[in-house]
Unconditional design. Structure first.
Length: 183
């Protein structure tokens, strides 16, 4: 069992919302890196957890959410990062992946101590999730080239805040799931 978990945040998205165009531009840049990182985590048999907004529909299954996202504005932003069959899946309703979800229990039961956050949006859900993980005593890792943003200047500030205030390791995805320590 690895002490590292890769958490993929909000990548099942239809991109039919305010600021979608700005976000989609950033997602296009990071999806190949995210996809590669997910593949490397699978090879290492690391815990992979997808945490996704349910958009207010608590009846959705992970498969229905994926189908909606694939039918959205740009299938090419979703298809490369679809959850692998063995990935755990957690629904969320708010910005943080921890807020009123079973994620903390899942991570602890699997022995995860280090949490690698990838996905969207750097200056929103990734930032709030990093803070919530930090206050729960997880070691936080954020590959800057595997998180997407709406506002570049806010994303840069968020990454700096995670690094300085939450002791997060901000790095490149290429550094992860390659060495023996996995993260």
């Amino acid at each position: 069992m690895s002490d590292v978990a890769l958490v993929v945040i909000d990548m099942l998205n239809t991109y039919e919302h305010e600021d979608a165009e700005k976000l989609m531009q950033s997602v296009r840049e990071v999806v190949p890196t995210m996809s590669d990182l997910i593949g490397r985590a699978q090879e290492r048999e690391a815990l992979i957890v997808y945490v996704n907004d349910n958009y207010g529909d608590w009846s959705l299954s992970r498969h229905e959410l994926a189908e909606r996202a694939l039918a959205g504005a740009d299938r090419s932003l979703v298809e490369p990062v679809l959850p692998p069959p063995q990935a755990a899946f957690v629904m969320k309703a708010r910005h943080s992946i921890f807020y009123e979800t079973p994620l903390d229990y899942l991570l602890r039961s699997e022995g995860a101590e280090r949490v690698v956050l990838v996905g969207q949006v750097t200056e929103q859900c990734v930032l709030y999730s990093a803070l919530d993980g930090y206050v729960r005593h997880y070691s936080i890792v954020v590959p800057a080239d595997a998180v997407a943003h709406i506002h570049p200047h806010l994303a840069e500030a968020a990454l700096r805040m995670m690094e300085m205030n939450m002791r997060a390791r901000v790095c490149s995805a290429g550094e992860l799931f390659r060495s023996e320590d996995g993260g």
